[in-house]
Write a protein that binds this ligand. Structure first.
Ligand SMILES: [Zn+2]
Length: 282
């Protein structure tokens, strides 16, 4: 078949003559309407890191983009570089996983959104981080198939939060005093320094701002989140107390390290308040 004939048959090929088409696995971080029929979509891609793209006619072309531009969808993305813009042109996004379990459960949705927002906030555009991509994809799959139950979902959520932050270079120091290196077993009342990102013993904690008391069982649980295989995370035994302590430590830590408030945490807190109100009126 001649080149001229191929162009006549498939207008998309016209672009390929001028610009190379790229293909990569991607997770949709955010999608916003743009004009009458287009969408601006933020992706975290396996091979190119974070990318922003314009999906022309996305609101009309249901066949090309059905369900695949929703946040937290995993897709096979095809795009073209645009010489005149940082935005790539999204040619197609074939849906690989929609994670229906996440979309049907607000606790799962809030945990998955938190991981996605941390990745969106902490990664630079066009900086590939394949281990982080693979971890985020596996984390979404894990959250998707967790059985219902707020305590387990939150426990797995804290372990995944620890893992994702660690991969981004923000690993909390959980098993020894940051300052004097005293081991956890020798610290009577451990406290976590939100600003310094780790544990302090009583002696070293004096005068430090933003300290959060935390129990030894919670510290041990969280430290396993950094390295344990993701598949075994749902088996860890979480108590309501450990869950509450882990949230009090990790959420301010994440926001301090990333330098901004995370919207997913506001959503998570609203869910908790709503749950507490319903428990009171029961
Ligand atoms: Zn110390």
């Amino acid at each position: 078949m001649s080149a001229a004939l191929r162009v006549a048959e498939a207008p998309a090929c016209l672009y390929a003559l001028h610009m190379a088409s790229q293909k990569t696995a991607a997770i949709v971080l955010k999608s916003t309407d743009f004009g009458e029929s287009d969408c601006i979509v933020h992706f975290f891609t396996r091979d190119f890191g974070r990318l922003r793209g314009i999906a022309k006619g996305a609101k009309r072309s249901l066949k090309r983009f059905i369900g695949s531009l929703e946040p937290l969808s995993a897709v096979d993305l095809r795009f073209f570089e645009k010489k005149t813009s940082d935005l790539v042109r999204v040619e197609s996004a074939a849906l690989k996983h929609q994670f229906p379990g996440i979309r049907a459960d607000l606790d799962k949705l809030s945990e998955a959104s938190l991981l996605s927002e941390i990745v969106a906030t902490a990664t630079g555009e066009r900086e590939a981080h394949r281990t982080l991509f693979d971890t985020l994809l596996r984390a979404l799959a894990l959250i998707d198939r967790l059985p219902a139950g707020q305590s387990r979902i939150a426990g797995v959520g804290r372990l995944l939060e620890t893992r994702v932050l660690s991969l981004l270079g923000f690993e909390p120091q959980l098993l020894a005093c940051l300052q004097c290196r005293k081991g956890l077993e020798d610290i009577a009342r451990p406290a976590f320094s939100v600003l310094r990102g780790g544990l302090l013993c009583e002696g070293c904690a004096a005068g430090e701002p933003q300290l959060v008391p935390i129990g030894v069982p919670t510290l041990k649980l969280l430290s396993q989140g950094v390295r344990a295989d993701l598949e075994i995370l749902p088996r860890f035994a979480w108590t309501p107390r450990a869950n509450a302590e882990a949230s009090r430590v990790l959420h301010p830590f994440a926001q301090a390290q990333l330098g901004r408030e995370l919207r997913a945490l506001r959503f998570m807190n609203a869910l908790d308040r709503d749950r507490a109100r319903r428990a009171e009126t029961r």
